[in-house]
Write a protein that binds this ligand. Structure first.
Ligand SMILES: NC(=O)c1ccc[n+]([C@@H]2O[C@H](COP(=O)([O-])OP(=O)(O)OC[C@H]3O[C@@H](n4cnc5c(N)ncnc54)[C@H](O)[C@@H]3O)[C@@H](O)[C@H]2O)c1
Length: 358
């Protein structure tokens, strides 16, 4: 079992994408674990944002810059001399990737190349987790969960750019951070992490189910949903983040033994359809919340997507803690607190404690 409490105390963690939804929760988690956090990202991608709402800037050292700018990225890493790097920065939306494939590829692919190359020249780094997605697999529309050794693919530019980011990671691992040479010619343990559809309080991204729901309720409108029968591996944001941190702790401790790809998804029973999710949300929210199906033609998205997480369970001792109903309950509570003007940093910290106690 990984001792998270003692693995990060006093460690310098360089976190890209710290101003985003998952990045902000990660800053809070790392702060609670006693790490020194150095963020590198563009300004928050939404307004409002969890970054502003939970006043994350007060907790960390923040670099506002582009992952496509190799000089700036390399300078920041050399200045910080971190123990560990977690790479979250990305153009993270499927529908935006159809509108702007060029930016999606340059941020998600060249951003990864720039970061790994800069790490090569920063001698302090010992552990790297590159966060990609469950969508990186070649989707066969089957019922089984994808395993880490299955082929990369990606129909839309977002999914495919993340598959490319995985291939870049694999090439850097073979060429420069080879586990066979660990401790001889280098000291970097490089892994990648693939998680499911992440949900949680504080997400305002466009074209995502929960943020669309939050934006709509309270205005007397019905929430519009696309692809009602699409099955997704939904999970609370704290699930994959705890997985990335357990993996990171193993990389710091045992190095090359864990330098590979890892899935962090929910249990099979929590892979639900979009319509099931929205029905549950409406029920829990109350106040006559309701939804309707958007029948307009939509760009292609996979219908069935599940992850097989046997490897993380067996070798890292990582297990999902909150089932889908608990996750939705926590989102409803978070959103109601936010709407009532509660101080949200403490509220998030309380949810983090509840998560680890459960
Ligand atoms: N949210 C999900 O459901 C989900 C699921 C699987 C994987 N992921 C992955 O997790 C990561 C974080 O996702 P998120 O939901 O927090 O996304 P987000 O859009 O909320 O945040 C993206 C972050 O990347 C930064 N960024 C974007 N372009 C940049 C650039 N050119 N240079 C520097 N920084 C840049 C943004 O400033 C922000 O900090 C992404 O890599 C995403 O692909 C997300």
């Amino acid at each position: 079992m990984v001792d998270l409490l003692n693995s990060y105390k006093g460690k310098k963690v360089f976190l890209t994408g710290h101003s985003g939804f998952k990045g902000s929760w990660m800053c809070l988690l790392l702060n609670q674990l006693g790490a020194e956090v150095y963020g590198y990202a563009l300004n928050p991608p939404t307004n409002p944002s969890l970054y502003e709402v939970a006043k994350i800037k007060e907790l960390i050292t923040s670099y506002i810059a582009d992952v496509r700018d190799y000089q700036a990225l390399s300078k920041a890493l050399l200045e910080v001399q971190p123990d560990m790097v977690i790479h979250l920065a990305a153009q993270a939306l499927v529908r935006d990737s159809y509108k702007n494939p060029l930016d999606t590829y340059s941020i998600n692919v060249m951003g990864t190349v720039n970061l790994l190359e800069a790490i090569r020249h920063t001698k302090s780094v010992r552990a790297v987790v590159n966060v990609t997605t469950d969508k990186c697999y070649e989707n066969r529309e089957w019922l089984w969960g994808y395993r880490e050794n299955e082929p990369m693919g990606g129909y839309d530019p977002y999914s495919n750019s993340k598959a490319c980011s995985e291939l870049v990671t694999s090439s850097f691992r073979s060429s420069f951070f080879n586990p066979a040479d660990y401790g001889k010619t280098h000291q970097v343990a490089l892994a990648s992490a693939r998680a499911g559809n992440v949900i949680g309080g504080g997400d305002w991204a466009s074209d995502r189910l929960i943020p669309d729901f939050i934006r709509t309720i309270g205005h007397g409108e019905k929430v519009k949903i696309r692809s009602p029968y699409a099955i997704r591996p939904w999970q609370h944001v704290l699930e994959p983040l705890s997985g990335y941190l357990m993996l990171g702790a193993k990389l710091l401790m045992d190095g090359s033994k864990y330098a590979e790809a890892w899935n962090f998804g929910p249990n099979d029973s929590d892979a639900k359809t979009v319509e099931w999710m929205i029905g549950k949300l409406c029920n829990l929210w109350g106040e006559d919340a309701s939804y309707e199906i958007d029948t307009n033609p939509q760009p292609h998205e996979a219908t069935c997507l599940k992850l097989d997480c046997s490897k993380a369970k067996t070798r890292l001792g990582w297990y999902p803690k909150w089932d889908i109903e608990t996750a939705i309950n926590n989102i409803v509570e978070w959103t109601k607190a936010y709407k009532q003007g509660v101080e949200m940093r403490s509220f998030c910290e309380k949810q983090i404690l509840q998560y680890f106690e459960s």
